[in-house]
Design a binder for this molecule. Sequence first.
Ligand SMILES: Cc1cc2nc3c(=O)[nH]c(=O)nc-3n(C[C@H](O)[C@H](O)[C@H](O)COP(=O)(O)OP(=O)(O)OC[C@H]3O[C@@H](n4cnc5c(N)ncnc54)[C@H](O)[C@@H]3O)c2cc1C
Length: 387
Amino acid sequence: MPDGKTPDFLNLESFLSEEERQVRDTVARFVDERVLPIIAECFEHERFPMELVPQMAELGLFGPTFSDYGCAGLNEVAYGLIIQELERGDSGLRSFASVQSGLCMYPIHTYGSEEQKDRWLPLMARAKAIGCFGLTEPDGGSDPGSMKTFAQKRGGDWVINGAKMWITNGTLADVVVVWANTEGGIQGFLVEKGTPGYLTRDIAHKFSLRASVTSELFFDDCRLPDSSRLPHADGLEAPLSCLTQARYGIAWGAVGAATACYQAAMEFCRQRALFGTSLINKQHMQIRLADMVRRITSAQLLALQLGRLKDRGAVHPSQVSLAKWNNVRMALDIAREARDILGAGGISVECCPIRHMLNLESVVTYEGTETIHQLIVGREITGVGAF
Ligand SMILES: Cc1cc2nc3c(=O)[nH]c(=O)nc-3n(C[C@H](O)[C@H](O)[C@H](O)COP(=O)(O)OP(=O)(O)OC[C@H]3O[C@@H](n4cnc5c(N)ncnc54)[C@H](O)[C@@H]3O)c2cc1C
């Protein structure tokens, strides 16, 4: 296995199709050429690199698994490889793509009317419209069934009141898929930027996902026609199904972030000479690098198997939870380990591990905290919900 490159200890490459490899290599080139040269600056100055979005759209990275509305029609493994490479660049950029595809285009495609799909999906595939997903509220995200945002039927319209918090792409978005309680249970609505009673505000002072926009959304007597409601979304299952899409991507993305940190640690060990020899010759360093490869390889296997199951339509949400939990924990541990291996230099944004480490503190929390995924797996194996 070539050192310093993406670890592929079990030759998983040989299980990928030609198309899957091409997709991965195209996105890897984009990340190497366009993302890596600017991402440290973006992170430091808390700036989302909007200038990259048109090229991402040209590459077909938005809604890539749909085969209609101008989307690329790729399989789930190819989608996972896209996400893996984007997150090798930065979790913030990957979050943008996950939200656009998995949390906004997916619910419109799955639960929307023909009119809603025709209106939004072609625009979103070309990034001519940006989306966001409003589920979490200020009083807690882990228990979305208890949401307070309420949509009341008034005549033929709906009137929404409430607030959403920690919403990726919130102020950038032309449309939000917002989830609200109603007298008939949880429903989804499409709210356009500029709708009276709908306001957004960015959340500042984040020490994580600094190259990503995170916002608050406010609904104050926001009146919508019934045509704004997602007609096929009925109950909490609908937003949870969107989370399964995004969590699936994260299981792949974490492999990308871990790979970047592993590569940085390997390169540093080759260059740094201490006590008369390069760190790469130290037994303890080899054990640490070997342990990274062990953990990355296990995560790659999980992601690939999940993707193959998903392509067969046979994946269960608890399997996605197991992979999200395992792979993000793996990436966070490796990022911290790599940060330590780099010594003092490891605290600089010029070296990627600390940026990935800080980003992964969000990734381990959003799309279900680690505890929530452990409880989902626990419920699956015991038959008892212990939330
Ligand atoms: C950068 C960022 C971007 C985000 N983007 C979005 C977005 O685009 N859209 C969106 O809707 N949300 C988004 N979120 C919100 C995210 O999904 C929530 O933060 C997450 O679901 C956790 O909710 P919470 O922060 O309110 O924590 P809480 O739900 O209040 O949890 C607090 C703590 O309690 C623990 N806990 C919860 N339940 C139990 C239990 N039963 N037993 C034991 N412990 C428990 C949790 O693990 C956690 O440690 C984002 C968050 C971040 C940080």
